[in-house]
Design a protein around this ligand. Structure first.
Ligand code: EPZ
Length: 422
């Protein structure tokens, strides 16, 4: 297992290119199953999760060709010869459940392994399944698999989500495009990744209104055609790298960054004393003056503060001036970075879904363990500001969501290197 060694090295300076969004790509890729014609994605990120989704789609009989160093994915699912998404692949990545809606909508049947939980929580898929039932599907859970059938095809229906779910909204939206009649998704997720998916589906011939609001209306069509679509910028990678100069000083321009993708996050940066300036090429971030101020954060569905930036913000608050309270409202166990930050000298008190962080002058480098994707990168950020050397182990978590992190940070002056493990 590889490790990454970070040594506190003072202010950063330069430009970091922001890639296409992992969480958009992971729902855009299954959309190829909705059409027999080719779907090509550009600006795709080079990540292990994308390789896992590629493997899953190929196991179903789709063709996926990665070109231009992984930034272009040419896909075609003209001949789907397998409608079973196997546990061995699904257990590696929860987003695998997103092949269920498209297969069910296109061919009227699908068998997908339940994903199982993960480090940050149980993460059930009951909202996905209820949405398909509202569209007339018959579902049976057997031996850890969901057996879904819609013999006469899905029918338009009203889906009311009891609480916001990004994945359930994406699965239902994809299924609704081929359902007979009109489907209304209420209390739908509003994330930019949903908007990106809707825009791609519309290029394929889908009739969708309301994406980005809490009510999405879909008029089913008989078939969808192929398309070419650029993956939207990754707002979580963007927010992560915006925190790099915030945590160790300097000024970094995040190329491709868009302020509309990180509104609530930027409000918190402003309150903490971090400057964010829109430039012709992206967003330029720097420390206005001296020590960062402590701010409180509560995670919410978009357009609120993203749960996927909570760990990274906690790393910043560890050396802020004052005490900050971080409330994690989306997942039940998303503070596993806290004990690792405490090993670096942070003063953090976790009770249930609330973490209280008292800022300390400086963190000290230490060997730490990555536990999940965003926790991993929060430890890298903390290492940038810490005195001495931080060794982050199990960085396979990191490679799921961050392409070439040591290259991107190294190019702006960080002392960071990857050490290949056994
Ligand atoms: C997506 O996960 C993202 N993953 C997550 O990013 C992100 O943290 C999350 O949305 C919230 O924004 C991808 O897009 C691939 P949810 P998803 O359904 O769709 C519960 C990262 O780091 N729930 O919005 O799985 C669920 O347990 C990852 O890139 C149910 O109870 O999230 C959670 O507590 C981590 N039943 C809450 O809802 C369901 O059927 C929100 O989950 C579905 C969800």
């Amino acid at each position: 297992m590889d490790s990454i060694i970070v040594t506190g090295n003072g202010p950063l300076k330069g430009q970091i290119p922001i890639a296409g969004a992992k969480n958009a790509c992971l729902t855009l890729m299954p959309a190829t199953l909705l059409s027999e014609e080719p779907l090509t994605l550009t600006n795709a990120p080079r990540l292990s999760d994308i390789a896992t989704m590629t493997q899953l789609l190929q196991s179903l009989g789709a063709e996926v060709t990665s070109m231009q160093d992984g930034q272009v994915l040419a896909m075609s699912s003209h001949d789907l010869d397998n409608h079973v998404a196997d546990y061995d692949i699904v257990r590696k990545m929860r987003a695998s459940i997103l092949v269920l809606g498209p297969m069910l909508a296109r061919d009227g049947h699908a068998v997908v392994s339940l994903p199982g939980g993960c480090a940050i929580g149980a993460r059930p898929v009951d909202l996905h399944l209820k949405a398909f039932e509202a569209m007339g599907a018959e579902l049976e859970l057997k031996d850890g698999y969901v057996h879904a059938k819609a013999p006469g095809g899905l029918k338009g229906g009203e889906v009311v989500f009891p609480f916001v779910s990004v994945g359930a909204t994406e699965n239902a939206l994809m299924a609704a495009t081929l359902a007979k009649g009109t489907t209304v998704l209420k209390n739908a997720a509003r994330e930019p990744e949903i908007v990106d998916l809707a825009q791609c589906l519309r290029k394929m011939g889908a009739e969708i209104e309301g994406e980005g609001t809490e009510t999405i209306t879909v008029q089913g069509v008989d078939r969808l055609r192929g398309a070419t679509h650029p993956v939207v910028t990754d707002r979580i990678e963007l927010g992560t790298y915006m925190l790099a100069p915030a945590i160790c000083g300097g000024e970094v321009e995040c190329l491709g960054g868009r302020i509309d993708l990180v509104g609530a996050f930027c409000e918190k940066l402003d309150a903490a004393g971090i400057s964010v300036e829109e430039t012709a090429n992206g967003l330029k971030v720097g420390c206005k003056n001296g020590r960062v101020r402590a701010v409180d954060v509560t995670t919410e569905p978009f357009p609120g503060f993203p749960t996927d930036l909570q760990a990274q913000m906690m790393a910043l608050m560890c050396t802020a001036d004052g005490t900050s309270v971080l409330e994690e409202k989306i997942f039940e166990n998303r503070f596993m970075h806290a004990p690792e930050l405490i090993r670096m000298g942070a003063d953090i008190d976790v009770h249930g879904g609330t973490a209280t962080v008292k800022g300390v002058e400086r963190l000290k480098g230490a060997p730490v363990m990555a536990t999940d994707l965003r926790a991993s990168v929060s430890l890298i950020l903390a290492g940038l500001a810490a005195e001495g050397e931080t060794v982050v182990n199990r960085v396979y978590h990191l490679d799921r969501g961050y392409e070439r992190v040591e290259e991107k940070l190294g190019n702006v002056g960080a002392r960071i290197e990857r050490v290949s493990g056994s």
